[in-house]
Design a protein around this ligand. Structure first.
Ligand code: SF4
Ligand code: SF3
Ligand code: F3S
Length: 358
């Protein structure tokens, strides 16, 4: 892609139809929670604006976030980063290596001062002078500081970058720290998740392209459109939670029927992320839908918070008005009578609620 070619021109050249391009713009607008009246601005920006230079650093990490991105099913979601935007430097994907690769990074920084976006995957390391992660002869922390200097904004992509993830778990031998502990004078957008959802980074960049500013953030510095709801709020198993139907072990009858995974450790009620809305792999599934409890991978220090398959938080169940730990086999037995019994019980609970509110 040439430096003056617009995203739309690039898409057309690659054989993407105008219809698909418009669908992508609409998808991004919807995901960003924009009013429909704003959608044409996205179309206008992607049709007319030249490329946005992006430098992608891989610090102390396992590359799961880039993998998530590469696997995103919508062609334009990953292409926006890997092709449409000029991804000038990414150690994992670039053909260049060694001094040649570093020269590309330095050239982008020199040619676009204050205008490029820096995406960082992985944590910085402070232990023993940062020697546990060195790239191109310097510590990853030095590389981060140097590259962030001329960036317009920094996207901390993935839980390693936002809260040090598994490397930062006790006893944190490398003294891994989040990006915002090292870069303090730039707008930082935290996109947590291990790995994070690909659409979040694409949406964030589309927003920046369209409006010239970063999207609205939560009080934890995350794009609000994607992190304002708990996984629990939109969960596919939520009706079972409300009805008091819980999986007690992974091989029980409830597990086979897709009941709520709260008792086997689901952290969905305390985890803010968009998994239940966007889902993964082009909306195929997400952990809970596939039978695994949410481990809270987008919450700070989730490895240290609780054992993964034990729930410690006491989440009240407003629908059945009980502590769910006290909802035992009695309720489960009733529910196991089948869908008809389930529907009846839910209706009864709703009726009781209604009576209570009157
Ligand atoms: Fe879904 Fe977990 Fe909430 Fe159950 S506890 S409804 S499985 S998010
Ligand atoms: Fe990190 Fe948790 Fe993989 Fe994505 S986010 S590199 S571990
Ligand atoms: Fe992570 Fe929970 Fe989503 S484990 S991927 S935040 S469902």
């Amino acid at each position: 892609m040439s430096k003056t070619e617009s995203y739309y021109q690039w898409a057309r050249r690659k054989g993407i139809s105008r219809r698909d391009f418009l669908k992508f713009c609409t998808l991004m607008g919807a995901m960003l929670g924009l009013d429909a009246a704003e959608f044409p601005k996205i179309v206008q920006a992607l049709q007319s604006k030249p490329r946005l230079p992006v430098i992608y650093l891989n610090l102390q990490e396992c590359t799961c976030c880039a993998e998530s991105f590469l696997r995103s099913a919508h062609p334009l979601v990953s292409d926006l980063i890997f092709n449409m935007i000029s991804l000038d430097y990414m150690e994992v994907l670039q053909a260049a290596a060694g001094h040649q690769a570093e020269a590309v990074r330095l050239k982008t920084m020199k040619d676009h001062p204050g205008a490029y976006i820096l995406v960082v995957e992985g944590s910085a390391t402070l232990g023993d002078g940062g020697v546990y992660c060195t790239i191109g002869g310097v510590t990853s922390t030095e590389l981060l500081k140097e590259t962030a200097k001329g960036a317009a904004a920094v996207i901390a992509y993935g839980s390693c970058a936002t809260n040090a993830c598994i490397q930062g778990a006790y006893p944190n031998p490398t003294q891994a720290v989040p990006i915002r502990s090292v870069v303090k004078d730039k707008p930082i957008i935290d996109v947590p998740g291990c790995p994070p959802i690909a659409e979040v980074i694409t949406g964030t960049i589309v927003h920046y392209l369209t409006f010239g500013k970063i999207p609205e953030l939560t009080n934890q510095g995350r794009p609000k459109a994607f992190y304002q709801h708990r996984v629990h709020d939109n969960c596919v198993r939520r009706a079972f939670f409300d009805a008091g139907q819980f999986v007690e072990s992974f091989d029980d009858a409830g597990a086979k029927q897709g009941w709520c995974l709260y008792k086997v450790g689901c952290k969905g009620p305390t985890t803010y992320n968009a998994c239940a809305i966007t889902e993964w792999n082009d909306g195929v599934s997400y952990p809970i839908k596939s039978g695994h409890p949410c481990i809270g991978c987008s919450e700070n220090n989730f490895f240290d918070n609780t054992p993964l398959y034990t729930h410690l938080a006491k989440i009240p169940n407003n629908a059945i008005g009980k502590d769910v730990d006290k909802v035992g086999m009695g309720v489960l037995g009733v529910a196991a009578l089948g869908v008809v019994a389930h529907a009846g019980m839910t209706a009864m609970v709703k009726h009781q609620e209604y009576q209570h509110k009157k």
